[in-house]
Design a protein. Structure first.
Length: 546
């Protein structure tokens, strides 16, 4: 004959006991339950275990704080297997498929004392509906309608939090309340809104044990008397505030199929009154408010995020227009030369800068690249342009670069810098004077198979206040092409030498078609290598002597 199943029962404050299962074993806070736990976290009729032909099943009876099987909340019912752990509040029940009929000492099952086993014969069947239940039901429906109507209109997050607190204070006997939202990494609950009735101190701290239970287990908690809870009654936040009763519910968003649920935070209320502690109807109301509020709160957050995103996009478009106006619209007409320049940012705005100007029969050229990307880099680019424009006519080119470095160092953060290639071209003599402040090495492609790399380079701009720069001079002959570019161009290829060879090849293939054609061919090849959305800004300046 097979032995019937049984359970090992351990309450929060007692030793473990084994208990044989009936065909239907009830569990709860009601004293007439088969397994009775005097635990404020349990509902009166919390759960039951049914023994059927198909096996034993644990069934949650719509409890407030949930029934958990091996850490997972039970939805309706779940099949039990040997040594499964059922958790209800702070209490544990371990299921055993077979009872201990005897042990070595000859102890019979009937002598194994259960934790609590009430006699079912004295239980009466309830056939009437109490007037108080009808009142509570009508009250809940009325409050639900009020909450739905009040939260129907879209509000900002601060207004929504204030409205939630107001609704709860109108309908619950709370002295203090607070809404906590999860913030940071790892996420912790932070008080974002609080309210008190006259004569009560505001909430400065919510018990970590309460908030942890609510968030981790995703359950609402009802504590009629916190002093009956061993884990809470000794906490400083409970003692100092003389809290008697508390209720707490998660701001819980139930996700769609295949998506994880999301907890935004929690709603917490407490009271010091002994006359009117919170009851299960209060907790049901609080849970309803929290569920509706979570949906509205997430909606408000998404709207604010979308608004912030739209404002940022508008700011970026405005910044892109301003930046575009700071760069040359057309290249200067230099007798005997063909000049072109352009930049393509990897984002709406970029950190590359190029410039040229023809003054007193002398062509000024600049191509720079500031550290970073995006809006921050764009702001540095504006500072670099102002610095270059302020000094590029000053004395010798080496002296002008020294002044640029000092000015840039003074006006940018310590961890920011720029690279810069600066040049002056005497068109009639074909003499190019240049300074390279840490920038990519430009290429001078001459006729036939000859090319030169302008390899002389100095310190980047902005790293140190006082830096001396050397200038170099090189001649540009008829048919020669000078190619200046940012690292977004050269880093398209895995090796600098490969990049140089490829760029030289493109220049030679298109040199007869002019500077614009050379520039267009290079960008076409860059797109072919890495796509039209580069990982870095790309800037090219081409000077071709006819």
């Amino acid at each position: 004959m097979s032995r019937p199943p049984e359970v090992s029962v351990r309450a929060a404050d007692s030793a473990e006991r084994r208990l044989p299962l009936r065909p239907c074993t009830t569990i709860g806070r009601a004293e007439d339950s088969d397994i009775y736990f005097p635990d404020q976290l349990l509902s009166r009729r919390h759960a039951e275990i049914q023994v059927r032909a198909a096996g034993s099943f644990v069934i949650d009876l719509g409890s407030t704080n949930g029934t958990f099987l091996n850490g997972t909340r039970v939805v309706k019912e779940a099949l039990l297997h040997d040594n499964d752990l059922v958790t209800l509040g702070e209490n544990r029940i371990v299921f055993h498929e077979r009872s201990l009929a005897t042990d070595d000492s000859g102890l019979r099952l009937s002598e194994v004392r259960p934790l609590v086993l009430n006699d079912l014969s004295a239980r009466s069947t309830r056939k009437t509906i109490a007037v108080a239940d009808m009142v509570n039901e009508n009250r809940s429906l009325g409050i639900l309608a009020q909450v739905t109507t009040s939260l129907l209109v879209q509000k900002t997050v601060p207004d929504l939090l204030s409205n939630i607190l107001e609704l709860v204070f109108e309908n619950l006997p709370a002295e203090r309340g607070a809404i906590l939202l999860l913030e940071g990494e790892p996420a912790v609950p932070v008080i974002k809104a609080a309210r008190t009735r006259p004569g009560s101190e505001p909430i400065a701290l919510v018990s970590s044990s309460i908030s942890r239970r609510v968030i981790e287990n995703r359950v609402a908690l009802l504590l009629r008397d916190v002093h009956e809870d061993k884990l809470l009654r000794g906490q400083p936040s409970i003692i100092s505030e003389a809290i008697r009763s508390a209720a707490c519910a998660p701001l819980w968003l139930s996700a769609g199929p295949g998506q994880p649920d999301k907890v935004l935070g929690l709603v917490y209320f407490d009271s010091r009154s002994e006359e009117r502690p919170f009851d299960e109807t209060d907790l049901q109301i609080l849970t309803v408010v929290a569920n509706i509020a979570a949906t509205k709160l997430e909606s408000a957050r998404l709207l604010e995020d979308n608004l912030d995103k739209r404002l940022l996009e508008e700011d970026m478009r405005a910044a892109a227009k301003i930046q575009a106006r700071l760069l040359p619209h057309i290249a200067p007409l230099v007798p005997g030369y063909d000049v072109a320049g352009t930049t393509r940012s990897c984002r709406s705005v970029g950190g590359d800068y190029y410039d040229f100007a023809l003054e007193n029969d002398r062509l000024h050229l600049a191509l720079g690249d500031v550290s970073g990307k995006g809006l921050g880099a764009a702001m540095l680019m504006v500072a670099l342009r102002a610095t270059v424009r302020a000094h590029w006519r000053t004395g010798r080119l080496s002296e002008a670069t020294g002044h640029m470095n000092a000015t840039f160092h003074e006006n940018v953060p310590d961890d920011q810098y720029a690279t810069l290639f600066l040049a002056r071209l005497d068109p009639r003599e074909g003499r190019l004077t240049y300074v390279n402040a840490g920038h990519n090495r430009p290429l001078l492609v001459r006729g036939g198979e000859i090319h030169e790399v302008l390899s002389d380079a100095g310190m980047i701009l902005g790293a140190f206040e006082h830096v001396a720069y050397d200038e170099s001079v090189i001649g540009i002959e008829p048919g020669d092409v000078l190619l200046i570019f940012s690292d977004g161009v050269s880093e398209t290829w895995p090796d600098p030498d490969i990049a140089d060879r490829k760029l030289i090849q493109i220049v030679r293939e298109h040199r007869r078609h002019g500077a614009d054609a050379i520039q267009a061919a290079i960008f076409e090849e860059l797109n072919r290598q890495s796509g039209s959305r580069p990982g870095d800004d790309r800037t090219i300046v081409v000077v071709r002597r006819k």
